[in-house]
Design a protein around this ligand. Structure first.
Ligand SMILES: [Zn+2]
Length: 888
C-alpha cells in the first residue's frame, strides 16, 4: 500500500516549475519530450507520484536534489519505478528519504517520454485540414488538456490546485511556427535542421491550462487599450485571406478591453492569442494566453455564416476571455467547484457581448440561452447540486454540464440581483484580488463578497449551490406564497432523493408587480428573504380582472404557480393586450406554464390557454420559450393520431409571424433574424404549405446550380426540408458538396441536410460513413449520429447501429468520453413505449460500464418511464382541447 492508492495526489508534494520540451513529428505522427519537474516535500517520503497515462511511454527518469538554482546538484538513487494504472500514476521510489529542504533547495524529477499524435483528439494531437482550391492537405499540432488530459500528453501534476510555472520549448520544422501560453523568448536553428522555439517562463498556472501549437497559421493583430498587449487570432492563411477571422478579432479587442477595466485587474500575461483547431472535441478552451477554438466558434463569414453563428462566435470569445480571470487567475480548488470557472464565464460572457453588440438584446437572451434550459434540466429528481463530489476522470468530466455552466450563471445573476450591481462587483473584484494566482471554493467566494453587506450571503446562497433543484412558489390570490421543491415528474419517488441539509427549501428574493399598482407596474420589486415556510405579499385588494406577476424579468431561479383564476386572468389579458407584460415576462410566463403542466401543477388546458394569443406574438424570446416548452408535447404526440390537429392549430398560430418575417433573410434586426429562422422552422415543422413550397423551391434551384445563393439564416431549413421531398440523386449531389466544403458552419448545415433523409439505404450508408474520417471528422462523429437520430427512420436505425457498434465506439473514444456518455441518452430519451424501455434497459444491462455516461443513463431510463406515464394521462385531454379550439 502507499499514497498511489488515492485519486488525489499526496498533499506533501508541492510542485513549482516545469521545464517542458515537446517535439511533435507530423511525419511519423509521434512526439518525444522531456519534463523536468521542480518540487519540494513537506514531510519525509520515499515516493514521488506524478500523473502519466498509459499512452505516454516513459523512457528515462532521474531525480536530483538541486541547491542554489540548477548549478549544484546531487543525483538521487531510484530503486523502483512503477505505474498505478487505476489512478493514472507513475510512481518513483528512492533508496533514501526525500526530506524537507531549506530555502533555495528543490528536488527535480526529470522524465523523458514519447507518445502518438493521432490516438485521440485530447492531449497533444495532430489535426489536418484541406486548403480549398489546391486541395492540398495540411497538418498542424494542437492540444487540449482540460480536465484530466494533460497526463495523456506528458507526465505532470495534473490537479488544478497545483499552480506551476511553465518554461516551455517546442521543437519543430523551420517552416512551422510554434505557440504556447507565453510569448517567445528566442528561436534557435539547430544543426539538425530543426528549429527550437523557447518561451518565457509563465506565471503560476494549473496544469490543465497548458497549451502548445505548431502550424503554418498566420495571424491578425490588435493591441489592448490599457497596456498595449498584443491580441492575435491565428488561422490558416486561406481563412485569413477570406476575412473569416476579422469578426473574432473585432470582438476580442472590444471584450478584452472591457473586462480588463470591469474586473479591475490587469491581464496577467504579455500576450493573448486565439487559434482555431480544425479537429476539436469541445467548443473552445481557455488555455491561458493561447485560447483554442472549434472553427465554428471562431470563424465568421459574412456571406456564408448565419446570425446565430455570429452570436455564438461573440458568446464563446467573451466566455473564454472571462476565463482569463475567472478560472486562470483564480481557479477552483477542485473540480467539485467547477462552477466557479464556468458559472462566472457563462454569466459575464453576456456583459462582454453587450459591449461588443449593444443592439442584440443580449441580456434578455439570458432567459432562453441559460436559465430556461437549465430550469428544465434541474427539475429532474436525479439532477445534482452545483457543488458535487467528484473523484474519477469520468466523474470530473460529467460535471461539465448545464448545471455548472447555466445554473452557475443563473445563480450569479440572481446574486447580482439580490446585492445590486455595486456590491456584487465590489465582492467579485475582492475575490479576484484575494486569490490571485491561487485557488478558491464557494465558501471563500461568499466571504469575499460578504465584507460590506447587511444580509448573510452564505446563508442566502448555500441552499442554491449545495442542494439540487429549485422551488416552485405557489401564490394564492391573497398574496400568500409557499414553496416546494419543483420536480417535473409528478410521480417522483421522494424517498430516493438525496438528503439535503436545507431540506429542499430555499431563500427566495421575491419580486413582483401588480396591474392595479401603477408605481410598481414596470420595475419596482419587493425583496423578501427567508420566505419559508410561507410569506404574505402586500399586494392589496385585487379586482377580478387584476393580475400580479412574480419574478419580473425571470431574475430569480424559481418557477411561479398562480391560482387557477389568476392563470385565467393572465391568459385572457394576453388575448386582450399582451403588451402589458414585457417580452421577458411573457417568455417567463410561457416557460412556467408549459412546464407546470407536465408536473401536474396546472392542467394542460390551462397551460395551452396561454398559447391562444400567439398569433399576435412577434417576440423572439416568447417564440423560443414556446418552441422549447411545447417540444415535449410535440415529440410525444408525433406518432399519434392527434398529431395533425396539433400541427394545424400551431400552424395557424405561427403563420402571421412567419409570413411577416418572410424568406428575405437580409432584412431585419439581429433578433428579428434569429426569430425568422425560428418561426419559419416552426411553420415548416407544422406543415405550412407556403413555407414548404418555398423551401422546396429554393432547394431545387440550389441543386441545379451550386452557386445559387441561399441565405445562411434559412439555409439549413432549406436543406432539411428540401431533402425530405427529393430522391437519391439530389442527396448524392448534396454529399459531394459536403465533402468539398471548407467552411465549418456550412459543413454543419449540410450535415443536418444529409441526415434529414428518411431513405433507409441512405441512412445505412451514413451510419457506416461515421467510421470513415475522410467523410466524418472525429470531432463530428457524435453530432453525425445524433443528427441521424432526429428523423423518424433515422432514430430507429441509429439506435440499432449504436447497439451493434458500442464496443467499436468505446475502443475509439474511451468509456470516459463525455460525448460518448451522452450519445445513447440523446437518442432514446424521447421513447414512450414499454418495448422501447425494455430495449434501453437491456442494452445498459449488456454494457454495464458507463464511464462518463452514468448519470445520463439513469436520466434516460427515468425519462422514458415518465413519457410512458404521460402518454397514458394526457393524450386524450390534449386531443379534446385541440378539437375544441379547432372547432372540430
Ligand atoms: Zn468555460
Amino acid at each position: 500500500t502507499g499514497p498511489w492508492q488515492n485519486y488525489r495526489l499526496p498533499e506533501y508534494i508541492t510542485p513549482s516549475h516545469y521545464r517542458l520540451t515537446l517535439h511533435p513529428n507530423m511525419t511519423t505522427d509521434t512526439y518525444t519530450g522531456t519534463n523536468a519537474m521542480t518540487f519540494t516535500v513537506s514531510q519525509p517520503t520515499k515516493y514521488v507520484l506524478v500523473h502519466a497515462d498509459a499512452q505516454v511511454a516513459i523512457h528515462k527518469v532521474t531525480l536530483e536534489h538541486v541547491v542554489g538554482g540548477a548549478t549544484t546538484y546531487h543525483g538521487l538513487k531510484i530503486v523502483r519505478e512503477f505505474r498505478y494504472p487505476e489512478f493514472e500514476y507513475y510512481v518513483v521510489e528512492t533508496d533514501t528519504m526525500l526530506t524537507v529542504l531549506g530555502d533555495n533547495e528543490n528536488y527535480v524529477l526529470t522524465m523523458e517520454f514519447s507518445s502518438s499524435l493521432v490516438l485521440r483528439i485530447v492531449g497533444l494531437y495532430k489535426s489536418t485540414y484541406t486548403v480549398p482550391g489546391t486541395g492540398e492537405e495540411k497538418a498542424m499540432v494542437g492540444s487540449d488538456m482540460e480536465p484530466t488530459d494533460a497526463r495523456k500528453a506528458y507526465p505532470c501534476f495534473d490537479e488544478p490546485a497545483f499552480k506551476i510555472r511553465f518554461t516551455t520549448t517546442l521543437v519543430h520544422e523551420a517552416h512551422h511556427n510554434a505557440l504556447s501560453n507565453m510569448d517567445v523568448d528566442k528561436v534557435v536553428d539547430r544543426s539538425d535542421g530543426l528549429t527550437e522555439t523557447l518561451f518565457k517562463e509563465s506565471v503560476p498556472m494549473s496544469t490543465y491550462l497548458g497549451c502548445f501549437a505548431v502550424s503554418e497559421f498566420v495571424s491578425l493583430e490588435e493591441k489592448s487599450a490599457k497596456n498595449g498587449i498584443p491580441l492575435r487570432v491565428f488561422v490558416p492563411p486561406h481563412q485569413k485571406d477570406a476575412g473569416q477571422a476579422n469578426y473574432a478579432l473585432d470582438v476580442m479587442k472590444i471584450v478584452f478591453d472591457f473586462f480588463e477595466e470591469y474586473f479591475g485587474m490587469d491581464y496577467a500575461l504579455p500576450k493573448c492569442d486565439m487559434i482555431s483547431i480544425p479537429n476539436f472535441g469541445t467548443g473552445a478552451m481557455e488555455n491561458w494566453g493561447l485560447i483554442t477554438y472549434r472553427e465554428t466558434n471562431l470563424l465568421w463569414d459574412d456571406r456564408e455564416s448565419s446570425t446565430a453563428n455570429k452570436q455564438r462566435v461573440a458568446a464563446v470569445i467573451a466566455h473564454e476571455l472571462v476565463h482569463q480571470w475567472f478560472g486562470n487567475v483564480v481557479t477552483m480548488k477542485w473540480w467539485d467547484n467547477l462552477w466557479l470557472n464556468e458559472g462566472f464565464a457563462s454569466y459575464f460572457e453576456y456583459l462582454g457581448q453587450q459591449v461588443a453588440e449593444p443592439t442584440w438584446q443580449i441580456m434578455d437572451q439570458f432567459l432562453i440561452q441559460d436559465i430556461q434550459p437549465v430550469l428544465s434540466f434541474d427539475s429532474r429528481i436525479n439532477s445534482h447540486p452545483i457543488v458535487v463530489n467528484v473523484s474519477t476522470p469520468g466523474q470530473i468530466t460529467s460535471v461539465f454540464d448545464t448545471i455548472s455552466y447555466s445554473k452557475g450563471a443563473s445563480i450569479l445573476r440572481y446574486m447580482r440581483e439580490i446585492l445590486g450591481e455595486e456590491a456584487f462587483m465590489g465582492g467579485i473584484r475582492n475575490y479576484l484580488r484575494k486569490h490571485e494566482y491561487a485557488n478558491a471554493d464557494h465558501h471563500e467566494l461568499w466571504r469575499d463578497v460578504h465584507t460590506s453587506l447587511t444580509i448573510n450571503i452564505a446563508d442566502t446562497m448555500n441552499p442554491w449551490v449545495e442542494q439540487m433543484g429549485y422551488p416552485v412558489l405557489s401564490v394564492a390570490n391573497d398574496g400568500t406564497v409557499t414553496q416546494d421543491h419543483f420536480l417535473i415528474d409528478p410521480n417522483a419517488d421522494l424517498s430516493g432523493r438525496e438528503p439535503s441539509a436545507f431540506n429542499y427549501k430555499w431563500n427566495v428574493d421575491l419580486a413582483y408587480y401588480t396591474s392595479n399598482d401603477p408605481t410598481i407596474t414596470k420595475a419596482a420589486t419587493s425583496k423578501l428573504y427567508n420566505v419559508f415556510p410561507a410569506k404574505q405579499l402586500a399586494i392589496g385588494t385585487l379586482n377580478p380582472n387584476d393580475y400580479f406577476k412574480l419574478n419580473p424579468g425571470q431574475q430569480g431561479y424559481y418557477r411561479v404557480n398562480y391560482e387557477v383564476s389568476m392563470w385565467n386572468t393572465i391568459s385572457q389579458q394576453l388575448l386582450n393586450d399582451h403588451t402589458v407584460f414585457n417580452e421577458t415576462d411573457r417568455s417567463n410566463l410561457m416557460d412556467d406554464a408549459l412546464t407546470l403542466a407536465p408536473a401536474k401543477k396546472i392542467t394542460y388546458p390551462q397551460a395551452l390557454n396561454m398559447t391562444r394569443y400567439l398569433d399576435n406574438e412577434r417576440g423572439y424570446l416568447v417564440w423560443d420559450a414556446f418552441s422549447s416548452g411545447s417540444s415535449y408535447i410535440r415529440i410525444m404526440l408525433e406518432s399519434t393520431l392527434i398529431y395533425p390537429d396539433f400541427q394545424a392549430y400551431y400552424r395557424n398560430k405561427v403563420k402571421p409571424a412567419a409570413d411577416e418575417l418572410g424568406w428575405n433573410a437580409s432584412v431585419g434586426t439581429h433578433v428579428e433574424k434569429l426569430n425568422r429562422a425560428l418561426c419559419l422552422g416552426l411553420a415548416l415543422r407544422y406543415g405550412d404549405v407556403d413555407a414548404l413550397a418555398n423551401a422546396t423551391d429554393f432547394f431545387s434551384q440550389w441543386i441545379a446550380d451550386s452557386s445559387y445563393y441561399l441565405y445562411p439564416d434559412t439555409r439549413q431549413l432549406v436543406y432539411r426540408y428540401g431533402i425530405a421531398d427529393t430522391g437519391v440523386a439530389e442527396w448524392e449531389t448534396m454529399l459531394q458538396r459536403y465533402l468539398v466544403e471548407s467552411v465549418a458552419t456550412e459543413r454543419t448545415n449540410l450535415m443536418r441536410g444529409l441526415t434529414s433523409t428518411e431513405d433507409v439505404t441512405l441512412i445505412s450508408r451514413m451510419l457506416e460513413y461515421s467510421k470513415n474520417e475522410s467523410i466524418v471528422r472525429t470531432q463530428d462523429f457524435f453530432n453525425w449520429i445524433t443528427y441521424i437520430s432526429y428523423s423518424t427512420t433515422g432514430n430507429r436505425m441509429a439506435w440499432a447501429w449504436v447497439q451493434l457498434n458500442w464496443e467499436y465506439m468505446v475502443a475509439r473514444f474511451g468509456i470516459n468520453d463525455r460525448n460518448l456518455g451522452r450519445l445513447v441518452p440523446n437518442i432514446v430519451s424521447d421513447y414512450n413505449t414499454d418495448v422501447q424501455l425494455w430495449e434501453v434497459e437491456s442494452f445498459f444491462a449488456r454494457y454495464p460500464e458507463s464511464g462518463a455516461g452514468a448519470s445520463g443513463r439513469i436520466s434516460a431510463v427515468n425519462e422514458i418511464n415518465t413519457n410512458i406515464q404521460w402518454m397514458k394521462e394526457n393524450q386524450a385531454v390534449i386531443a379534446d382541447w385541440l378539437a375544441t379550439e379547432l372547432g372540430n
